[in-house]
Design a protein around this ligand. Structure first.
Ligand SMILES: *[C@@H]1O[C@H](CO)[C@@H](O)[C@H](O)[C@H]1NC(C)=O
Ligand SMILES: *[C@@H]1O[C@H](CO)[C@@H](O)[C@H](O)[C@H]1NC(C)=O
Ligand SMILES: *[C@@H]1O[C@H](CO)[C@@H](O)[C@H](O)[C@H]1NC(C)=O
Ligand SMILES: *[C@@H]1O[C@H](CO)[C@@H](O)[C@H](O)[C@H]1NC(C)=O
Ligand SMILES: *[C@@H]1O[C@H](CO)[C@@H](O)[C@H](O)[C@H]1NC(C)=O
Ligand SMILES: CC(=O)N[C@@H]1CO[C@H](CO)[C@@H](O)[C@@H]1O
Length: 504
């Protein structure tokens, strides 16, 4: 502004003004350099206008990315973690198999499933539940997955997703993949969808006793079969809300979880006046009572909460997948979007595949964002709810009694993130709410998200403060280090000052 209005003045006055401006800019930038980390961090976050979170289903990190040489994969697993023990703590000679089509002579250890089943094949669902998961990890040795799974040796299988050229693997290679990112809580899908929106478990006062686990006094473990609720009434395994839309198969009414009243990330966004939506494949049909057979009501975390009951203001935030594509097309994407594909498109073993319609749906969404006006300032997180019962070799850090559980694949896709990058800082599902909080200046909800590591280290090096770069005097491109900023500025200021002085 100042530079432009000066154009009417005499050249001498203009040069003097320019010189003065440069000096001011230099001093300003010097003070910025002193406070560099804080201001640069804030700048990184404010580049992001739209956050899009895509949650897929039931695969561990090693299950999909264990062969990617840039990350901490299967090649780095200890033989203790690779060698599965049976009920009597003896190593299996070969993996016992119950999946039709898998031979009984596969060696005890991870194996490439593509030798038997391609990416478009459906294999059985694999046991994964809150307590069982902890027993499988065996105090961090990661060697009891097979005896604690109904799918037996199948849990040791993986796909070489990078080698297969899968679309998601390309994204992982092109943008930032996390190789030390864990599911927020132990166990399965219901709970980890909850942990995406709030760091805590649903509470069910006075639940039916048939739903409550009891702990054996002798082993200290649960008495099988594993049920949905802890002895102190927290819902940790699959259960359904009293609120619509209901599951395909309706459980007894007494088993439905009452509306929850704890704070979610949605509540924080709403209070701050920041737009957001949760989009799901199959939502409209499910609300109409014509659910797709692969509709999963327990993958709809907001539905469990009082603020999002049918008829509330909050319910307007819950939308169908078709609305996501329309909002992108019509330039109406909210600041924060969550996207949950329908069961058949979510990569979940048993009713979905890693290739086929799941891969295609992911591609459609990413390409729709890339084609929209939002892409340049967007941050897309592709993550998984949980490990799906599959082996992973990395023991999670011990944080609290709920988790975190196994490593899951997570990818940050954005023109703003480092390219071909692998991030190895500890993160879990709650890192996504942490990112949303950091971007929009929202408070944390509990100690878990409060203590979570920030994600500012995934950004590419950034252009320095706009007070410097918007000046018409110099057009620095990307300045990556404070040292070079300082020397360029000082040099330019000296030359300008000298030049102005001579002209006087
Ligand atoms: C398992 O047995 C089959 C048939 O005898 C053989 O072709 C295959 O190589 C064996 N696989 C392993 C991993 O030993
Ligand atoms: C990843 O980058 C490669 C090389 O630039 C490109 O050919 C490929 O289309 C990209 N894929 C995706 C999904 O971004
Ligand atoms: C929230 O739910 C809990 C558990 O059901 C209940 O004890 C508490 O009174 C509720 N709080 C509010 C403010 O409704
Ligand atoms: C219900 O069905 C109608 C007709 O297919 C559709 O227009 C509507 O969006 C559906 N969903 C809801 C929530 O009403
Ligand atoms: C996004 O950035 C690219 C490259 O900097 C630029 O060419 C394009 O115009 C930008 N798109 C929008 C919608 O701003
Ligand atoms: C269970 C499973 O393997 N598949 C998905 C993923 O997890 C949830 C619960 O853990 C299942 O209900 C869902 O079918």
């Amino acid at each position: 502004m100042m530079v432009r209005s000066a154009s009417a003045a005499s050249p001498t006055v203009m040069k003097a003004c320019l010189a003065l401006l440069v000096i001011v800019a230099t001093i300003t930038s010097l003070s910025c350099i002193h406070g560099a980390s804080a201001s640069t961090k804030a700048l990184k976050y404010t580049q992001v206008n739209n956050i899009i979170v895509i949650m897929l289903e039931n695969w561990s990190y090693d299950g999909l990315f264990g062969t990617y040489s840039k990350g901490n994969g299967i090649a780095k697993a200890s033989s203790e973690a690779k060698t599965q023990l049976d009920d009597n703590d003896q190593a299996y000679s070969t993996l016992p198999q119950v999946q039709a089509g898998l031979p009984q002579n596969i060696s005890n250890g991870p194996f490439d499933l593509a030798q038997y089943f391609g990416l478009n094949a459906k294999t059985m669902d694999v046991t994964h539940a809150f307590y069982t998961h902890q027993y499988q990890m065996n105090g961090g040795k990661m060697n009891k997955y097979v005896p604690y799974s109904a799918a037996k040796g199948l849990v040791m299988s993986y796909y070489d997703l990078v080698g297969q050229g899968h679309y998601m693997a390309q994204l992982a290679q092109n943008y930032t993949l996390f190789d030390y990112w864990f599911q927020g809580a132990f166990g399965g899908s219901m709970l980890n969808h909850q942990w995406l929106i709030t760091p805590g478990c649903p509470y069910f006062p006075n639940p039916p006793s048939s739903m409550v686990n009891s702990i054996s006094g002798t082993t200290g473990k649960i008495i099988y079969p594993e049920k949905a609720i802890t002895p102190d009434n927290y819902v940790v395994n699959t259960a359904y809300s009293v609120n619509k839309p209901y599951p395909v198969t309706m459980p007894p009414l007494a088993n439905l979880v009452p509306s929850q009243n704890t704070t979610t990330i949605g509540d924080l966004l709403t209070s701050a006046g920041i737009s957001w939506k949760w989009y799901s494949g199959g939502y409209n049909d499910a609300m109409n009572g014509t659910q797709d057979s692969s509709w999963q009501a327990h993958h709809q975390p907001f539905v469990f909460f009082k603020n999002y009951e049918v008829g509330t203001e909050g319910r307007n935030h819950l939308k169908d997948e078709t609305d996501l594509f329309n909002d992108l097309k019509n330039n109406q994407l909210p600041s924060v979007s969550f996207y949950k594909p329908l069961g058949k498109d979510n990569m979940h073993p048993g009713y979905s595949t890693v290739g086929g319609s799941s891969e295609e749906k992911l591609k459609q969404v990413i390409e729709a964002v890339q084609a929209s006006k939002y892409w340049n300032n967007s941050m897309i997180f592709i993550t998984f709810d949980e490990y799906g019962g599959r082996w992973d070799h990395v023991a999670p850090p011990k944080v609290d009694k709920w988790g975190p559980g196994s490593r899951i694949p997570t990818i940050a896709v954005s023109p703003l993130v480092k390219k071909a990058n692998v991030n190895s800082v500890y993160h879990d599902t709650t890192s996504i709410m942490k990112f949303i909080q950091d971007r929009f200046g929202l408070p944390s909800i509990s100690t878990r998200d409060a203590a979570q590591n920030p994600l500012d280290d995934i950004f590419q090096p950034i252009v320095q403060p706009s007070v410097v770069t918007s000046s018409a005097i110099f057009q620095p491109s990307v300045i990556t280090s404070s040292a070079s900023t300082l020397s360029i500025l000082t040099f330019t200021a000296l030359i300008s000052f000298l030049f102005a002085f001579i002209t006087f």
